[in-house]
Design a binder for this molecule. Structure first.
Ligand code: ADP
Ligand code: MG
Length: 280
């Protein structure tokens, strides 16, 4: 099976400071993994500052790596030439961000974004076509155009907005979605339905999803494969069930123990979510 995405010894170093001071941050350090064409949920988990978003931005061709190569469908993503090639790439690889309230302009009706995406990536022009594409995408996320048409972002919940953001990402019919902490700003009660949606999209549309999170509970629930990052490095990688059932690296063990600690249970975070998400 040929590769969808190859992340090959990728590193990113940020250089900060001016003439007198000079600081380097190695945000991502020698990360490698491959996604085949078989749809899967590939999770990148790690604490804040471990380099997850930097890696995501490099995969989305928004920032070039300082070392290594990222190839999507065989093509180096840092060598996208011109508007046409970039558009073709973006059509195949779509992002979903953490904060749905930031993804939408408060002064713009949300359905406008769906039409803009249909126009930009699919070349739709007629009102009827734009609305049809928006409606089809919204139905894939459990909504419909009738429900969201003419609404402003502040009239919708974070969960609804994140669904609309996912619908928007589906309009170009991507092969890969890169979702950077997509449920961390969503009410805990709605997280389950969103992560269930990702699994549904994998199964029904055959889309692969890079799911980025610091939350072990949702990672455990939806991941096919997982990498655990710490300080820019991958400390553990493999089949999600295997890695999370029996973590080997001290940091992975620490991560797992943190979820299972009485503190986490008392604060009603991870464990409640796991219980609520147990498939019936
Ligand atoms: P995560 O998403 O896991 O929280 P990030 O990729 O955002 O991690 O950050 C990894 C490291 O790189 C952090 O130390 C962060 O401060 C640093 N970093 C991220 N973006 C930049 C940037 N644009 N300039 C300088 N340092 C950055
Ligand atoms: Mg981040």
């Amino acid at each position: 099976m040929s590769a969808l995405l190859e992340v090959d010894h990728v590193g990113k170093t940020y250089v900060m400071g001016g003439l007198l001071s000079h600081d380097e941050v190695r945000a991502v350090d020698d990360v490698s993994f491959t996604l085949t064409e078989k749809p899967e949920i590939f999770t990148i988990i790690g604490e804040s500052g471990s380099g997850k978003s930097t890696l995501a931005r490099m995969i989305l061709a928004e920032a070039p790596p300082t070392s290594g190569t990222i190839r999507f469908e065989g093509k180096d993503v840092t060598h996208l030439r011109g508007r046409k090639e970039r558009l073709a790439f973006m059509k195949r690889v779509q992002p979903i961000f953490q904060n749905p309230f930031e993804a939408f302009n408060p002064l713009k009706k949300v359905d406008r974004y769906l039409y803009m995406t249909a126009r930009h990536f699919n070349g739709a022009r007629k009102r009827a076509d734009l609305e049809a594409q928006a409606d089809i995408a919204l139905k894939k996320v459990g909504l419909s155009l009738a429900e969201v048409k003419g609404r402003f972002p502040n009239e919708l919940s974070g969960g609804q907005l994140q669904r609309i953001a996912i619908a928007r990402a589906l309009i170009p019919e991507p092969a890969l979605i890169v979702a950077d902490e997509p449920v961390s700003m969503v009410d805990a009660s709605l997280r389950t339905s969103i992560v269930n949606l990702f699994m549904d999209l994998r199964d029904t549309l055959g889309v692969s999803i890079i799911y980025i999170t610091h939350d072990l509970a949702t990672a455990d629930y939806i991941s096919d494969r997982i990498i655990i990052m710490r300080k820019g490095e991958v400390v553990e990688a493999g089949d999600a069930r295997t890695v999370l059932a029996n973590p080997q690296h001290p940091y992975s063990i620490e991560l797992k123990n943190a979820v299972l600690s009485p503190d986490a249970a008392i604060h009603g975070t991870a464990l409640d979510t796991v219980d609520a998400m147990e498939p019936t």
